[in-house]
Each structure stands twice: as C-alpha cells, then as structure tokens.
Design a protein around this ligand. Structure first.
Ligand code: R5P
Length: 313
C-alpha cells in the first residue's frame, strides 16, 4: 500500500495546476488527451496511480461541456487504473448557477453534474465559492468548499482606507456572501434589489443601506457577462458613491464583459485565478490573485487527514 499523492490537470487551467504542484513541491503528473476523428475524447494516464491518493484539477470553463467530459473520462481512467482515492478539484463549478427549478420543465443541472462526477469515479470534491452554499448538498460525497473571500479582503485591507467604505451586494441572493466580506473588513453594507431579465441583462432598483459619499466595494461570486456589475456601477453612481472597487472570485468574463468593465467608472477589479484569463482579456483595472497556495494547502490537508476548515480560522 502506498500513500503517494499525485496531481493531474485537465485542459481548462493547467497554469493553476502547475502553480499548485510547485507550491506542494511535486511534479504535475502526466496524462495525454487527444480526439478521435469522430470527435470522441481519449484520455490516457501516463504513470501508475495504483493505490495512490489522486487529485484532478479542472475548472468548468468554456468549452464547458468538453471540460466536463474530459474530467469524467479522466476520473474513470484513474479509477480503472486502481487509484485508492480520487478527488475532483473544481476551482470553478459553473453549473452551480443551475441550482433551482425556477422555470417549468427544466433540469437542476448542478445536481446532475454532481451525480455524474460520482458515477465517473470521484470520491470527493474540492471547490471554491459555489454560487449558492446549498449547492454543496447536491454532492453525495464529501465536499471541501474553499473561499477566496479572505484573500480578496486582505488585498483591500492592505490597499484602501476602509473608514469611508461600504461593501455592496449586487442582489439579495449575494447578501450573505457580501455580508461575510463586510464583516471581515469591518465595514457597513448595502444590498441592491436586482431582477434578471435575461442571461446578460439585469435591472436594479432600490439600494438598501447608505452609500452616498462612500467608497463602494462590490463583492460577487463571479463576473460572467459583466451585466450585473455594469448595472450595479450605474446604480451606485446615481446613488452618489465616491470610488467603486470590485472583488469577485471567478473571472468568467464572457461576451463584452472586458470592454464594458474597462469603459466603466470602476477603479479596480480584484479576481482570482480559478478561471484562466487569456492575455487578450487582461486589462489594467483587473488584478488577479492566485488561489494556488490555498488549494495546495487544502490538498495536502486532505491527503494527511487534517482539518481543511482550520485554514480559515
Ligand atoms: C448573480 O446571480 C451572481 O451572483 C452574479 O452576479 C452573476 O453570476 C454575474 O453574471 P453576469 O456577469 O452575467 O451578470
């Protein structure tokens, strides 16, 4: 019986996987992925994992379906290769947004993907800032749910004068998340009433809480089309805020998000590297904080059976 730890990477964020391995001090383990002429994916594990503790890092980013399939096939290949325990490390679990039945005849796909991960061979999941805390319960296996909040808060605490700052939740759903942020920064908080009109369009109304003359720090779990943020910026401008900063864990940045955010009055946008940002989507207002140290510590603690929660105490 061996107690060796191995880390593999899918194709979605190899830079983060490499950084995590560098932090742990082990090489990234090898697998080969290719496609048959009929478009079927093929994954081969290139080294023995027999009786080992194996972690596979894959964010569910664009092309999401391909990355999910690659993860499933990799998990299955590792199980067939007699890995002792397999952890799916999913820094960004995109399907957490499909977390409720809010229209007739739809799938709660966040739960479906959780079931499929188990079927494919995952024994446990390690993830970060799920869209809703309740998504944790979709998994019928242990889940360690990390958060980027302390790292992003530390950045603002070290760079801003927080005595005139207010943390803003873009909608009621994000109030709890933003509340943790405000508590950590010891600031007041405001919540905006938001309605989603379509995938990229939102409408906002009432601002609950005092923001006038203050520096606003908007905190959200992800920036996807940027529609929520740009609308929030306009709402806050009308309400008379001073400067506007943004903290968000997952920089999905699709559609015109980059152009729209760059053109907005936001001073600085702090995100994490759970989602790989290609060079053409980087802009001067955007600052990326690495989550590799946090994932590396969590992986080592899972491996040695130590508390992961203790990382946040
Ligand atoms: C809201 O439901 C979420 O917390 C985010 O605000 C949302 O996912 C961001 O999406 P978008 O950037 O497309 O508005």
């Amino acid at each position: 019986m061996t107690n060796e730890l191995k880390v593999f990477s899918g194709g979605s964020n190899p830079a983060l996987a490499q950084e995590i391995c560098d932090d742990i001090g082990i090489p990234l383990s090898r697998l080969a992925t290719s496609r048959f002429s009929n478009d079927n994916l093929f994954v081969q594990i290139k080294e023995s994992v027999r009786e080992m503790d194996v972690f596979v890092i894959q964010s569910l980013t664009r092309p999401v379906s391909d990355h999910i399939m690659e993860l499933m096939i990799t998990l299955d290949a590792l199980r067939s290769a007699s890995a002792r325990r397999i952890t799916a490390v999913i820094p960004y679990y995109s399907y957490a947004r499909s977390d409720k039945k809010d229209a007739p005849r739809i799938s709660i796909a966040g739960r479906l993907i959780a079931d499929l991960l188990k079927t494919a061979g995952a024994d446990r999941v390690l993830t970060m800032d799920l869209h809703a805390d309740s998504v944790h319960g979709f998994f019928s296996m242990p889940v360690d749910h990390l958060t980027a909040v302390p790292t992003i808060c530390d950045h603002f605490a070290n760079t801003l004068n927080l005595s005139r700052a207010v943390v803003v939740a873009t909608d009621a759903g994000g109030a709890k998340r933003a509340g943790r942020f405000a508590k950590r920064l010891n600031t007041s908080m405001a919540i905006i009433d938001k309605r989603r009109i379509s995938d990229s369009d939102v409408k906002q109304g009432l601002v609950v809480g005092n923001v006038k003359g203050l520096d606003a720090i908007i905190f959200d779990d992800e920036i996807s089309t940027g529609g929520t943020l740009v609308t929030t910026v306009h709402t806050l401008e009308k309400a008379g805020v001073n400067k506007i900063y943004v903290g968000a864990t997952h920089p999905v940045l699709c559609g015109d998000a980059v152009q729209n955010l760059d053109a907005s009055s936001v001073t600085e946008i702090i995100v994490s590297n759970t989602v790989h940002i290609p060079e053409e989507k980087q802009f001067s207002k955007l600052k990326v904080l690495s989550m590799a140290p946090l994932f590396s510590q969590a992986i080592q603690r899972i491996h040695t059976g130590e508390s992961v929660g203790a990382l946040f105490k």
